[in-house]
Design a protein around this ligand. Sequence first.
Ligand SMILES: Cc1cc2nc3c(=O)[nH]c(=O)nc-3n(C[C@H](O)[C@H](O)[C@H](O)COP(=O)(O)OP(=O)(O)OC[C@H]3O[C@@H](n4cnc5c(N)ncnc54)[C@H](O)[C@@H]3O)c2cc1C
Length: 288
Amino acid sequence: MIYTAKYMHQILDLALPAYDELFQDIDISNLIENKGIIYFWTDKDLKSRELEINIRKELGVEQQLLTPHEIHDLEPHINKIYHGGVLYPQARHTRNPKKILMKLFDKFIKLGGQFLKEDVKTINFSSDNKPIIKTDLKTYNFNKAVIACGAFSKKLTDQVNEKIPLDTERGYHVHFKNYDHLLSRPVIFLNRGFGITPMEQGLRVVGTVEFGGLKNPISKRRIQNLADNAKYLFPELRKHEDEWLGFRPTLPDFLPVIGPSKKIIKICFILLGITILDGRWEQYQEKL
Ligand SMILES: Cc1cc2nc3c(=O)[nH]c(=O)nc-3n(C[C@H](O)[C@H](O)[C@H](O)COP(=O)(O)OP(=O)(O)OC[C@H]3O[C@@H](n4cnc5c(N)ncnc54)[C@H](O)[C@@H]3O)c2cc1C
């Protein structure tokens, strides 16, 4: 746990300044909130809470312990089931990630980038080791390629002879439309392993970790459980919408795979969707 926390912290520490750099190029007015995030809990499993707080303290993460009274002052609409919490004041959240992505996408196209919506079927290599990508529509010869297909990447990483033990932690999602006024910032209820974020689309409730592969159908029971948990915190919630199952890419140590292939120099991986790289990126660029 400490190993994973240490290395995730190195990456996450770079995330906010890296986003700031990207945001210099687009207008993010009304899309980003700087109100931190609150984790809260009941008096069960307090040893785990203590461990998490101590690890973050050792890593130098800014955190403010909250009494139940302070949680209530910050988020007065949450049912008072909690016994303690912590505020991470540096955390930010977006009210609409899709709008930000579309702005970055438009910028990419303006700068000369090209977008082709095709299904990559195979990766092979030319005699000088350059990638040949075959899609459902065409075959392309490239100088370099980056595999960044999230949880679906394994099919392709296997083809470049990299044995990456990639799996998926299936996560569930629902919206309660027109209830976003009930929260000011994201909150995570640690005892039940789910979180709620106020978004333009309403209150977004996400959670659960399910190891069930990429093909099994959505579990209605998990959706119901998520909705019931949200109602436990906000008894005024009524009908939920937008039931969704997503696939978080994951590895046994929970760390991302970022960097060049050890086997084929012209291939690079970004698995876990974290596009922020550590100090070794210069070194990776040289290799590519
Ligand atoms: C319920 C839920 C809530 C989450 N909440 C958060 C959160 O609050 N904050 C956070 O940071 N992360 C969150 N995550 C995790 C986050 O969504 C993932 O880490 C992230 O989406 C991974 O990004 P990615 O670009 O690597 O992969 P993806 O977003 O999965 O994108 C992969 C892309 O590759 C495409 N693709 C796949 N196979 C092929 C192929 N053969 N050919 C061509 N294209 C292909 C797919 O169509 C897709 O567009 C959440 C995940 C879930 C499920």
